[in-house]
Design a protein around this ligand. Structure first.
Ligand code: GTP
Ligand code: MG
Length: 465
């Protein structure tokens, strides 16, 4: 039986959806949740009911029409409340592809279920106290994860690391409130501990913790957006060839005509410790004709916003020139990359010249694959110096919603601490700031009745989740 924090019964009607991605695949899952899930399943599956929580083979058919056979499937029944949503849940693993899953969904809808809205299953899990809102968002992040860093951050949030941290902060704020109440009750008390100073100190500790969490935002952004790594250098130095080799995919056009790449091309690649947003750009040269010149302008813009630049040159002279040119256009970290090693000398014989202005220098042959591992390792080191490893203890603040709530809490606690320290506001007024801070954290965790927040969060989910 589910109830929101406001006490209202929020057990929903019976919903159903195909929980797997559309398209061709070995399996698809049709999921039902809500009161009567078992009864509806009984109208489309034989034999029914299966033993609870045990994967069981069934024949699926049209509603009340056992001879209108749809599929041989595996059914699992999770009676409430021990299910993902906390409601009665049935899952049918059917054969993949569009037709079977759609036909099974149509059958359960005819039998009494309603097609689910995006995110409605997870929303119910939150409403029924199975997950808090942060964990529900982590489910979406896990689904959307495109890199190891995002995957790890999502798993950590799903395990409740951020929720626990915020729960502890919330408790700390309530403790400060209790200290204030003491001051209100015994204002003249002058022996024993000093509640006024203690309340201020506790608030300052909460502020430090809020700051620490907010300070993880840039790292979360790196995890989501990737570290921007821009390939730059003179035309025809092999940038696009190297781009393709690092991407593992021939994405960029390669030719021996200088000025081949005109527009920046980018690709997100899983990398350690952060995903890499690799950008190929037009070769830098002053005498470019009109269209190419536009490309060079784009290159300059991308260089200005890069985290890391791979300055490429296919001779040592070119390499030094590329490094100097990049340095004039970008403040980003720089790795000097001597390209096409195979073309002129034995790959292993190359040594970085003394005059390249870069934090590292690597020689590669994109054709033969020589040096690519060393380049990846140099990129990993450079990324590590941009931001500490995402593995560290503190959970990341991953969304604008989180940042906004934490900033609100920080502003309120700040107001409180200042007013309380200077005895500038009457205690009940000062306490309203603490209340507002607690409210911001509650909203973050979804622990209070915040329809609008739930609506916003869950409509961004996919159907069936
Ligand atoms: N031998 C050899 N040739 C290479 C290597 N990498 C690239 N090339 C050749 O160099 C020429 C230019 O390569 P691109 O990758 O198009 O060079 P680019 O720097 O992207 O050129 P622009 O887009 O014009 O700036 C092509 O003919 C490539 O085949 C390499 O590792 N070894
Ligand atoms: Mg190119």
């Amino acid at each position: 039986m589910g109830a929101s924090a406001s006490g209202a019964d929020v057990r929903g009607d019976l919903i159903a959806a195909v929980a797997t991605a559309p398209g061709r695949g070995a399996l698809a899952v049709v999921r039902l949740s809500g009161p009567g899930a078992g009864a509806v399943a009984a109208r489309v599956a034989t034999p029914w009911p299966p033993e609870a929580r045990r994967a069981t083979r069934v024949a699926l058919h049209a509603c009340d029409a056992p001879h209108d056979h749809l599929d041989e499937a595996i059914a699992t029944h999770y009676p409430a409340p021990a299910s993902f949503t906390g409601e009665d849940v049935v899952e049918f693993s059917v054969h993949g592809g569009r037709y079977v899953s759609t036909a099974v969904l149509a059958a359960v809808v005819e039998a009494g279920a309603r097609p689910a809205l995006p995110g409605e299953f997870t929303e119910r899990a939150v409403r029924n106290g199975k997950l808090d809102l942060l964990q529900a968002e982590a489910v979406a992040d896990l689904i959307d994860a495109r890199s190891r860093a995002m995957h790890r951050a999502a798993l950590r949030q799903l395990s409740g690391a951020l929720s626990h941290r915020l729960g502890a902060l919330r408790q700390a704020l309530l403790d400060v409130e209790a200290l204030i109440a003491y001051e209100l009750d015994f204002p003249e008390e002058d022996d024993g501990p000093q509640p006024r100073a203690r309340a201020t100190d506790a608030a300052v500790r909460v502020l430090a913790e809020l700051e620490a969490l907010l300070a993880t935002l840039p790292r979360a952004e790196l995890g989501r957006e990737g570290v921007t790594v821009v390939l730059a250098g003179a035309p025809n130095t092999g940038k696009s060839t190297l781009f393709n080799a690092l991407a593992g995919d021939p994405r960029a056009i390669v030719s021996d005509v200088p000025g081949t790449t005109r527009d920046a091309i980018e690709v997100l690649i899983d990398h350690d410790p952060w995903p890499m947003r690799l950008v190929d750009t037009a070769g830098l040269r002053a005498d470019a004709e009109a269209v190419e010149r536009l490309g060079v302008e784009v290159s300059a813009r991308r260089l200005a916003t890069a985290h890391l630049v791979l300055a490429c040159g296919d001779t040592d002279e070119e390499l030094a020139r590329a490094c100097a040119q990049v340095a004039s256009l970008s403040e980003a970290l720089r790795i000097a990359v001597r390209t096409k090693l195979d073309a002129r000398e034995a790959c292993d014989a190359w040594r970085p010249p003394a005059d390249v202005a870069a934090s590292a220098a690597v020689g590669v042959s994109a054709h033969g694959g020589h040096g690519l591992e060393a380049l990846r390792a140099a990129i990993t080191r450079a990324m590590g110096s941009l931001a500490p490893d995402p593995d560290e203890e503190l959970p990341l603040v991953t969304r604008a919603r989180h940042a906004a709530a934490l900033r609100t809490a920080r502003a309120e606690v700040h107001e409180f601490a200042a007013a309380w320290r200077d005895a500038a506001l009457p205690a009940p007024v000062a306490a309203t700031h603490l209340r507002a801070a607690v409210h911001a954290l509650d909203e973050l965790l979804g622990g209070i009745d915040v329809e609008e927040v739930l609506e916003r969060v869950f409509r961004g989910f996919c159907v069936g989740k």
